[in-house]
Design a protein around this ligand. Structure first.
Ligand code: ADP
Ligand code: MG
Length: 395
């Protein structure tokens, strides 16, 4: 697809400069907010819609120059819910496109048996009508029907959107298997990030008709292109998936409470009270972190006019915003501190990481790992339990 653009008659630009080269056997997942142009793009590929400008080629052939009916029959297409013809048996449904393509009765029947086997459904089911099957079984048939004519390219537009999670997972396994074993090329729309990350060889993230990021699931998790992608992935999933590659700046709390050294003890007490914190970070006029002042320092002094610069501790443990979470967790746990300021390359204060947020992250990361009920999964986990009990929790 080159410089693909679709402007609807009402002036709506649904797809704007879309470019994508798909290799044979790839599994491409489109994901994005509703209305971002995913369906429009799919429908241009099989010419159910024509683009306003730009080119689509299949095997170097411009599809605009191909017979649209032939083209459509050469591409499998599955959409949510629309599926099977209710008055036809499962076998007739599966044979529909092969029949249109002029396959012999024998070859068609052979293919129907093969497809029902691929769908992992009993052969007798070929003689039943769609209404006699469960929703999940119907959608399985819908999936294999798209493959029945042996098309090289399969388009699927939110095919599993309405299914329960268990049926959904087994269908995901089915299409993944079909793609890997049969070498078909899939373009698959979903609004479920787990589904996209599970199935895709590459994910295309769409927003408002534009591609925001096109990359492998791994790279998308490692390097989300911008905040839109990060939000779409969800911080939880990011952390769960990659505890050791995430940076501190992805989990820190921004705008930590800070005070300048020329303020007084009186100001310090007021600010602590207002923000309900027992520690203030001290930053100079360039926002650089130069120390901290806590409740101990405050309660040791009685002259409320004393400047912060005389009360503060200059030795403050901090982490770099680019540090990896995995490393930082270890250090924080060893030091037994409740929270840690985060600085950038110029030593400017940019955030704070609380012990509580780290406990959550490590817990999430380890929960998926095999472990018995009472036994902590690793020494890190054991440390956290011990520390949490010692300090009784929150920062
Ligand atoms: P998605 O599949 O990503 O949810 P669509 O491709 O269906 O998005 O739609 C993209 C945009 O184009 C949306 O804003 C939608 O409202 C608009 N749109 C879709 N079809 C038409 C149409 N026939 N006429 C005008 N606008 C349309
Ligand atoms: Mg859609």
């Amino acid at each position: 697809m080159e410089h693909l653009r679709k402007e609807y008659p009402n002036g709506k630009i649904a797809v704007d400069d879309f470019n994508l080269e798909v290799g044979k056997g790839e599994f491409i997942c489109f994901i994005g907010t509703s209305g971002s142009g995913k369906t429009t793009t799919m429908r241009m590929i099989n010419r159910m819609l024509s683009q306003t400008s730009g080119t689509i080629k299949i095997n170097d052939q411009d599809i605009a120059k191909m017979d649209p009916v032939k083209l459509r029959r050469s591409i499998g297409y599955v959409i949510q819910n629309i599926g099977l013809m209710p008055h036809m048996t499962i076998q007739e449904n599966i044979e529909l496109v092969p029949k249109l393509l002029g396959w012999s009765k024998e070859k068609r029947a052979q293919q129907a048996h093969k497809m029902i086997e691929l769908a992992q459904l009993p052969d007798e089911m070929l003689q039943r009508y769609p209404g006699e099957l469960s929703g999940g079984q119907q959608q399985r048939i819908g999936v294999v029907r798209a493959l029945a004519a042996d098309q090289e390219i399969i388009l699927m537009d939110e095919p599993f959107g309405a299914l329960d999670p268990i049926t959904r997972e087994s269908l995901q396994d089915l299409v993944k298997h079909l793609q890997e074993d049969l070498g078909k090329t899939f373009i698959f729309v979903t609004h479920d990030m787990d589904e996209a990350l599970h199935l895709a060889t590459r994910v295309v993230i769409m927003s408002q008709g534009k591609q925001v990021q096109v990359d492998t699931p791994e790279n998308i998790l490692r390097h989300p292109a911008n905040e839109f992608v990060t939000n779409l992935i969800g911080e939880e999933r990011l952390i769960r998936a990659q505890p050791n590659i995430l940076n501190i700046n992805q989990i820190m709390r921004k705008n930590p409470v800070a005070i300048s050294p020329d303020k007084t003890l009186s100001d310090t007490i007021d600010l602590m009270h207002e923000k309900r914190v027992d520690t203030l970070l001290v930053t100079d006029d360039q926002d650089k972190l130069i120390g901290y002042i806590d409740l101990d320092d405050v309660s040791r002094n009685t002259d409320t006019a004393t400047p912060v610069s005389q009360l503060m501790n200059h030795k403050v443990f901090f982490v770099q915003d680019k540090a990896l979470i995995g490393d930082t967790v270890q250090r924080i746990l060893k030091l037994g501190v409740k929270n840690v300021p985060v600085v950038d390359d110029d030593h400017r204060l940019v955030g704070i990481v609380t012990r509580t947020s780290l406990v959550d992250i490590v817990y999430d990361a380890l929960r998926g790992a095999p472990a018995t009920d009472e036994q902590p999964a690793s020494p890190i986990n054991a440390d956290i339990h011990a520390a949490a009990t010692r300090e009784g929790g929150d920062a």
